[in-house]
Design a binder for this molecule. Structure first.
Ligand SMILES: *Cc1c(COP(=O)(O)O)cnc(C)c1O
Length: 376
């Protein structure tokens, strides 16, 4: 098996795999499961710095995004879709599917959203039911400033839906202080559980809007309101994937005990970015990279597939390419969650140096060595 240095899924601790193999009961009938689920939701809430209700949903991260849009969008609603990346733009599809009118605020994909520019835009037009935002847009690795942008939107009474799937647990996230109405997370990024679970936190105001709708929510599986009384009624809208939840509970335990986590992500990310540039590569972004992923331009004359295949076949390390408008243009180095550790990142950069040299791009230095020297 290879070392997984992709920006999700990440490597997973052995104890998480073991927790998933625990003998399980019937999550629909056994009230103890409901307690465990409830406790895990509270623990996630603490990590996200929110008092809001948290629900774990049985599906991949995308389910959280779609559930937020399904539950909030009424036909004809104008929804502000903040687009400086592929996931940012993708929200428009969910808004449209549920009958909303997505209004794209599209800006340069090479840098974070400029808060002053957005502020000037909102002065002229702020008639939106809610806005969608992406904390780290993983295909480019750009980190947007949720701390500034969400309160700005709320000043105009616009609800905030934030996709932090690939930022949370690797970057700071303070849901309540930053006034995020619905935050979307997933199991397989910096939380480092296997793929399969999504979760959302839901503010009182978001609940008020969902309950005050003129039209019913046009989904069952994506209807967040279905979860509202689960604890009181000891009832879930569908059978919870109990083994996945056991695994995620262990991943959450690991994160709770790891107080140096955010600082380590920053330190490793800084040193990776420095090393690849010293090596003669260039970053996709002008500035504003997230601490969870580094996105590098494919050097001229090489292909992403050659780099990725050589890394995997010759060195047993899997990195990632990209898709959509960035397909073939960049490759992505994941350093989030369990993969954000010095030894694995060093090995990844050693393999990358050897791979590029063998493919005809001569690196200006050994990137693994520069990485190690710049880890302060
Ligand atoms: C990974 C990711 C998701 C979830 O995508 P899945 O395919 O469901 O894993 C959503 N948003 C962002 C920004 C992501 O990186």
């Amino acid at each position: 098996m290879y070392k997984m240095m992709t920006p999700g899924p990440t490597m997973v601790a052995d104890s998480v795999m073991q927790a998933r193999s625990r003998i399980f009961g019937n999550p629909d009938v056994d009230k103890d499961f409901c307690e465990e689920y409830h406790t895990l939701c509270r623990e996630l809430g603490e990590l996200l710095h929110t008092e809001n209700e948290v629900y774990i949903l049985g599906g991949e991260g995308i389910l959280a995004l779609e559930a937020a849009c399904a539950s909030l969008t009424e036909p004809g609603d104008r929804v502000l879709v903040i687009d400086n990346g592929i996931f940012g733009r993708g929200f428009a599809d969910f808004v449209r599917i549920y009958g909303g009118d997505p209004v794209l605020y599209t800006v340069d994909y090479h840098r974070p959203v400029d808060v002053m520019e957005l502020s000037r835009y909102l002065e002229k037009d702020h008639d939106f039911a809610y806005a969608t935002l992406v904390h780290c847009d993983t295909p480019s690795g750009v980190l947007n400033d949720m701390k500034e942008i969400c309160p700005l939107l709320k000043k105009y009474g616009i609800l905030t839906v934030v996709d932090s799937v690939s930022a949370m647990f690797g970057e700071e996230l303070c849901v309540d202080d930053w006034q995020i109405d619905i935050v979307c997370g997933g199991s397989q990024k910096a939380l480092s559980a296997p793929p399969g679970l999504a979760f959302v936190s839901v503010s009182k105001e978001a609940f008020r809007v969902m309950k005050g709708r003129k039209t019913p929510i046009a989904s069952f599986y994506c209807n967040i309101l279905m979860f509202e009384n689960y604890y009181r009624d000891k009832w879930f809208p569908y059978t919870m994937p109990i083994s996945d939840i056991y695994g995620m509970a262990e991943a959450v335990r690991i994160v709770r005990e790891d107080s140096g986590r955010l600082e380590r992500h920053q330190r490793i990310a800084r040193a990776v970015r420095f090393a690849v540039q010293e090596g003669g590569l260039s970053l996709y972004l002008d500035y504003g990279d997230a601490a969870t992923v580094t996105v590098v331009r494919v050097p001229e004359g090489l292909t992403d597939t050659a780099i990725i295949e050589t890394m995997k076949e010759n060195y047993g390390i899997l990195i990632s390419g990209c898709f959509d408008v960035l397909a073939g243009k960049v490759f992505r180095l994941g350093h989030m969650g369990q993969s954000a550790n010095i030894d694995d990142v060093r090995q990844m950069l050693a393999a990358l140096t050897d791979t590029l040299n063998s493919l005809g791009f001569t690196c200006r230095c050994r990137m693994d060595e520069v990485f190690m020297r710049n880890l302060q």
